[in-house]
Design a protein around this ligand. Structure first.
Ligand SMILES: Cc1ncc(COP(=O)(O)O)c(C=O)c1O
Length: 408
């Protein structure tokens, strides 16, 4: 195949703690479960513009990679926010506003349509939500805050592009740039929420703040649930490659495949940038390991140094293998999709959104990795294209075309 990934440009490791041939257990169901998913679906499907995103068949790439099929869940247009993230952040904002309405009215069964129609606008206006972000989560929380009528303050770190900052501010949020990394911004948001009596909506859990990140993760599960319903074949896929930052998206997706297919679930392979591979390090050590130092990656949404404790409960046993990639693999994959290089329809995909696909392409092009993962000509692979051109300037600089030129 023509994918220009250099040999040895990735690292692959089997997870020593994998126990995914067992059923989805109580420890995992405590984090994500069927009731949580149906509650999330009930709310999210009411939001203006909700529709399942497409699961795109990519037969050209599948053939070039010598595998049976490849399906790509395309999140490039979710709610017009260009990523899967509103499913999580905005859903957690909804739950937060709902809890405040319950507290203020004493009614524990508030009608979601009444919240959506602004019937409790005065209560919502008194709520301030805050979050740290590398871009997409903040946009999602800001969008949710605007939809439900509360105030929003978002913390970003030094490396977040101006384009992403402006997009968040565009939803009416106050944006504060914090020195240091994403993980430093997470701590700043939590500390400010504590001193100001705001509600912090993190997309990661330190094990102390649990409820909001659980809602975020449960909202993400809607994406994988849609994908499972859209699969054009009976039974599970064989392999799912999932990009990981703090691991919320991967945990939600893994949990959904695991609950749906039990011990027959697909192999779950986590993919991270080499410079911020906290999952790779943690799985290797069989315990959460924080990565310090320069975490910078082109795949900014994945540039996290600490795993979410909630995601850990699902991904420690549920992950089969982990990979690290160089940034160039992500950029190459963006261009491959934009060109429709193997005859597939051209797709717009952002830096962090392509990492799962990039991991699949790297593994499929390496004899040893194919053998390790059991990838072959009949494999049925699923990846999640978790963002489109969330930063159009960066997209054009990498791909050489604007998003509109790629997919008019
Ligand atoms: C586009 C995109 N994909 C994937 C991820 C990773 O999600 P998580 O941090 O839940 O692992 C992010 C995180 O911001 C993202 O923005």
């Amino acid at each position: 195949m023509t994918q220009s990934i250099r040999p040895n440009s990735f690292e692959l490791m089997l997870n020593p703690s994998a126990s995914s041939n067992t059923v989805y257990g109580a420890a995992q169901a405590e984090v994500l479960n069927a009731d949580g998913l149906s509650a999330a679906k009930k709310i999210i499907s009411r939001w203006p513009g909700y529709a399942p995103t497409p699961l795109v068949d990519l037969p050209g790439i599948a053939a070039a990679a010598d595998t049976g099929s490849l399906h790509y869940k395309n999140e490039a247009h979710r709610f017009g926010l260009k990523s899967f993230k509103p499913l999580g952040g905005a859903y957690a904002v909804y739950r937060c506003v709902e809890a405040e309405i319950v507290k203020a009215t004493g009614n524990s069964d508030v009608d979601p349509d009444a919240i959506m129609s602004g019937q409790f606008a005065d209560i919502a206006a008194g709520v301030t939500v805050t979050a740290a972000t590398d871009g997409n989560h903040g946009r999602s929380v800001a969008w949710g805050a605007r939809m439900f009528g509360c105030r929003c303050v978002i913390f970003i770190n030094e490396a977040v592009s101006e384009g992403r900052e402006k997009a968040i501010a565009g939803y009416g949020a106050e944006v504060r740039r914090n020195p240091g990394s994403f993980d430093d911004a997470v701590r700043a948001a939590a500390a400010t929420a504590g001193s100001e009596s705001w509600h912090v909506i993190p997309d990661t859990s330190d094990g102390i703040i649990v409820e909001a990140p659980r809602n975020v993760t449960q909202g993400y599960a809607v994406m994988a649930a849609e994908a499972i319903e859209q699969l054009p074949y009976d039974g599970p896929p064989t392999h799912v490659f999932l990009q990981a930052g703090v691991g919320g998206m991967a945990a939600a997706s893994c949990a959904q495949f695991w609950q749906s297919f039990g011990a027959g679930k697909p192999k779950i392979i986590l993919v991270e940038p080499k410079t911020a591979a906290c999952w790779f390090a943690s799985l290797r050590a069989s315990q959460p390991v924080a990565i310090s130092g320069e975490l910078d990656s082109l795949m900014g949404g994945l540039a996290c140094g600490e795993v979410s404790q909630l995601a850990w409960k699902i991904l420690k046993p549920g992950t089969d293998a982990a990979m690290t990639l160089e940034d160039e693999a992500g950029a190459d994959t963006m261009r491959l999709l934009a060109e429709g290089r193997h005859g597939d329809t051209p797709l717009v995909a952002g830096e962090s959104g392509v990492a799962g696909l990039a991991g699949f392409l790297a593994a499929a092009s390496d004899v040893h990795a194919r053998e390790t993962l059991g990838l072959n000509g009949t494999s049925r692979v699923v990846v999640f294209g978790t963002e489109g051109a969330t930063d159009p300037e960066t997209y054009e600089a990498i791909v050489g075309k604007t998003p509109d030129q790629v997919a008019p």
